[in-house]
Write a protein that binds this ligand. Structure first.
Ligand code: ATP
Ligand code: MG
Length: 258
């Protein structure tokens, strides 16, 4: 069984077509990056997989279920880290509450167990913030907040992890740790899809890349996808393309760390 199948999917917001002819499928334990310029439909694609949006045409299957029809059910198995999340700075929520929120939402306010708390602590340890359990979320730096939101996605022990630009504002050592963690989870059979702009830190870790610009430009191994031709097709000819020693081509963004 392929945990994620997307077939001929089309989607529009208010009549404006955002995605068309998108087809790919992801195996269990595969680690997949989603790349494409701003506004190319990456977040929209994740929302379709989560069942938050309904495709206009085509078919999506997540763990053999239609996510739009079985949203509540599949959400028990998906850890999601959204691109941006606004948690009011006036609301003095603790880090532990943010991490436990993922679990609490699934349990519909029934009591959280000691085990849930252990899992949440373990997730926080995995992102290197075990000492922040009782700190106020809004007193953390932007990058630390991102890592807490990742811990929240991990704490539900997902079969599928969907991460929308998890590296935003996260320093390089923490990025490396997160990538290592993703490797380990993928080896354990967790299926991971991660939106990224800078592919460099992931190059030797990901199995496949979805290259998107409102339509699927390419899907395959980094070697198949990261060609100068496909980069130009995705990002336009004005973007500088670098070809690294291994023969991969990728766009040179302002932010090239990693
Ligand atoms: N709720 C919405 N209503 C109407 N249009 C939307 C909505 N959300 C996104 N769009 C539009 O859909 C297009 C794709 O948006 P999406 O957020 O999927 O892009 P993205 O690839 O994630 O971009 P980014 O790299 O900036 O995060 C954009 O043109 C955006 O303006
Ligand atoms: Mg986005």
């Amino acid at each position: 069984m392929k945990p994620i199948v997307v077939k001929d999917v089309e989607f529009s917001y208010n009549g404006e077509r955002i995605l068309e002819n998108v087809s790919f499928s992801v195996d269990e334990g595969e680690f997949v990056a989603i790349m494409g310029p701003n506004g190319s439909g990456k977040t929209t694609l994740l929302k379709l997989i989560l069942g938050l949006l309904k495709p206009k045409r085509g078919k999506i299957e997540v763990l053999n279920l239609n996510p739009w029809e079985s949203r509540e059910k599949i959400q028990n198995y998906i850890g999601f880290m959204p691109q941006k999340e606004h948690i009011s700075s006036k609301f003095p929520i603790l880090v532990k509450d943010v991490v436990l929120l993922g679990k609490a939402a699934r349990k519909k306010f029934s009591k959280l167990t000691k085990d849930d708390e252990e899992k949440a602590k373990e997730a926080l340890r995995a992102v290197g913030l075990e000492d922040y359990w009782l700190k106020r979320f809004n007193e953390l730096s932007g990058g630390q907040q991102q890592r807490v939101l990742l811990a929240r996605a991990l704490a539900v022990e997902p079969k599928i992890l969907l991460l929308d630009e998890p590296f935003n504002g996260v320093d390089i050592p923490s990025q490396d740790k997160i990538v290592e963690l993703m490797d380990e989870l993928a080896r354990k059979g967790v299926t991971i899809m991660m939106v990224v702009h800078n592919i460099n830190p992931l190059l030797h870790h990901i199995h496949k890349i979805v290259l998107l610009n409102k339509r699927l430009i390419a899907f395959g191994s980094p070697f198949e996808v990261l060609t100068a031709e496909k980069m130009v097709e995705t990002y336009g000819s004005s973007i500088p393309i670098i070809v690294c020693e291994e023969g991969y081509a990728h766009p040179l963004f302002g932010d090239t760390h990693g």
